[in-house]
Design a protein around this ligand. Sequence first.
Ligand code: NAI
Ligand code: COI
Ligand code: MG
Length: 343
Amino acid sequence: MAKRRIVLLPGDGIGPEIMASARAVLERLGEFEFEEHLVGGASIDRYGTPLTDQTLAACKRADAVLLAAVGGPKWDTTDPQAPRPEQGLLRLRRELGLFANLRPVRPLPALLDASPLKREVVEGCDLLVVRELTGGIYFGERGREGERAYDTCVYTVGEIERIARVAFRSARRRVTSIDKANVLETSRLWREVVERVGRQEFPHLELEHMLVDNAAMQLVANPRQFDVILAENMFGDILSDEAAMLTGSLGMLPSASLGEPGKPGLFEPVHGSAPDIAGQGIANPLAMLGSVVLMLRHGLAMADQAARLQSAIERALEEGLRTRDLGGSATTEEATRAVLAHL
Ligand SMILES: NC(=O)C1=CN([C@@H]2O[C@H](COP(=O)(O)OP(=O)(O)OC[C@H]3O[C@@H](n4cnc5c(N)ncnc54)[C@H](O)[C@@H]3O)[C@@H](O)[C@H]2O)C=CC1
Ligand SMILES: CC(C)CC(=O)C(=O)O
Ligand SMILES: [Mg+2]
């Protein structure tokens, strides 16, 4: 079989540190063809833009794309004309048609005491956030007019239908659809469409609607009630960082961003570039390695290698591996070696 072609986008901050970890485990797991490109702030510094057309074309040709994180204070600006690292990521998601962002939240037995929540609250929790990724307020028209600034949130029926189907197909028993339908018109359309898709196409599954402010509270009070959480772009972004703490740290949560079948997926940790710890070699690489697991399973159809890596991560944690965010002192390199030791 031809070698799978993976585009690696390390990005900024801790990105290159955790990407080195991902590359080391991939090199142990099989033979891949890697192509590495700049994205985000690193690409702005070199090319003046956060995503070049060449990098985008390489991603479109790839079997899968692995991204670490972009952004950082160096590129923070209030100038609306200046290029921003995050624009590169948003354009990549849009151009690859990656409308479905899957964020599994499954606290591992070894880490039940690492969460700030009580063990009895997180134990047995196994939920999936299905976040719409190419619509909503992150992609609407925005601008400034004198003393005013605006961001617009737009959703179409088609966008809601396709992400709702992803959520229902992923559910074992229940979909909890998140919105703010007591205030927002986009949320009322969201609720109406999700309700119809659920009733007509998935009548065997339970569907529940929950307002986003209540959902934020329920996630820490009783997270076991959730199976699949379906949310639009911004609500899903915010709720999934909160949900990460069920697993012990934001540094644990992986994600898969998927589009139409046959097109390359983008696999990326949920967290950002963590500028506060960048360059210190102490970032937790496990969200990145978890994203490699998702890439092997969903992007490259390499289920055996995915299972081997997941099991190596779990065994390393059972043997006591803890980076600083998990209350330990292991460095990124030590964490990588601990996982490699079980591969
Ligand atoms: N997908 C992406 O590329 C994302 C990029 N960002 C960008 O990242 C930059 C920093 O954003 P923040 O709000 O600080 O969010 P962040 O997710 O980078 O960091 C939040 C907190 O979590 C910690 N953290 C995150 N990942 C960690 C890891 N692997 N190991 C240990 N600790 C970890 C950080 O040290 C920090 O204290 C911004 O420029 C933001 O726009 C933010 C989120 C996602
Ligand atoms: C550019 C942002 C939307 C990145 C982010 O926070 C995310 O996707 O979780
Ligand atoms: Mg986020």
